[in-house]
Design a protein around this ligand. Structure first.
Ligand code: SF4
Ligand code: F3S
Ligand code: FES
Length: 237
């Protein structure tokens, strides 16, 4: 099949100081090709300056979140046939500053992530001196939020984040949830306090865009609701 690929361009090094789009008509595209395959083809055969992030190409590293035909996806996970269109428009994710073409500055995203202490806090020596035991039920309590690959598809699809970029965003809350509900961790109260601040969970207006955008199918809005409930009830069971 033939596909028209439209890609957002902005590259001050190459003198492209105003945002614009470039288009390529690609022939012999297989419906099972991924959008990442099309971008790689254009970069390899048409324009080597086209810039985008990618690494694993298999939905694991989280580096190639992009806005494709108006919705956030991982370019390596979305197939041409899934888009039901012979015109594919690719843009950077929203709410983060564009650095070059499809590359955005991820630092504000990771700064927010770091703010909720996304690591195990427990200085006690385990009872047996080796391991901290957990029941199957205790492990299941936070299983869903362990799946995050920090791609930012959720945060950059959230209208509250687009507003001023200050809201900590759904990805940060997901990663706080992963430790807040872990029975081995000793600092859920600290994280809940951070998320109870002005730019924390209460900026979420239950828009659900985040849940729809997540390539890992994490129940993000539910996780946010659980964190809100933990703040109001003081209960992290
Ligand atoms: Fe990506 Fe989902 Fe993690 Fe958000 S919660 S950063 S969409 S994997
Ligand atoms: Fe935003 Fe998701 Fe809440 S899209 S408003 S964080 S439900
Ligand atoms: Fe790693 Fe797509 S390139 S998730």
């Amino acid at each position: 099949m033939d596909v028209t690929l439209r890609v957002f361009r902005y590259n001050t090094e190459a003198g492209r100081t105003k945002p614009s789009f470039d288009s390529w008509t690609l022939t012999d595209v297989d419906p099972t090709d991924r959008v990442l395959d099309l971008l790689e083809f254009v970069k390899g055969y048409h324009d080597g300056t086209l810039s985008f992030r990618r690494s694993c190409a298999h939905g694991v590293c989280g580096s190639d979140a992009m806005r494709i035909n108006g919705r956030n996806y991982l370019a390596c996970k979305v197939l041409v046939r899934d888009l039901n269109s012979t015109t594919i428009t690719v843009e950077p994710i929203m709410g983060l500053k564009v650095v070059k073409d499809l590359i955005v500055d991820m630092e504000p995203f990771f700064e927010s992530y770091r703010s909720v202490l996304p690591y195990m806090i427990n200085d006690d020596v385990p009872a047996d001196g080796k391991e901290r035991h957990q029941s199957i039920e205790q492990r299941e309590r936070f299983d869903d939020t362990t799946k995050c690959i920090l791609c930012a598809a959720c945060t950059s699809s959230c209208p509250s984040f687009w507003g001023d970029g200050k809201y900590v965003g759904p990805a940060t809350i997901v990663n706080a949830h992963r430790f807040i509900f872990d029975s081995r961790d000793q600092a859920p109260g600290e994280r809940l306090q951070i998320l109870n601040e002005q730019e924390g969970v209460w900026r979420c207006r239950t828009a659900f865009n985040c849940t729809e955008a997540c390539p890992r199918e994490i129940h993000i809005t539910q996780a946010i609701a659980e964190v809100k409930h933990a703040i109001t009830s003081g209960n992290v069971d």
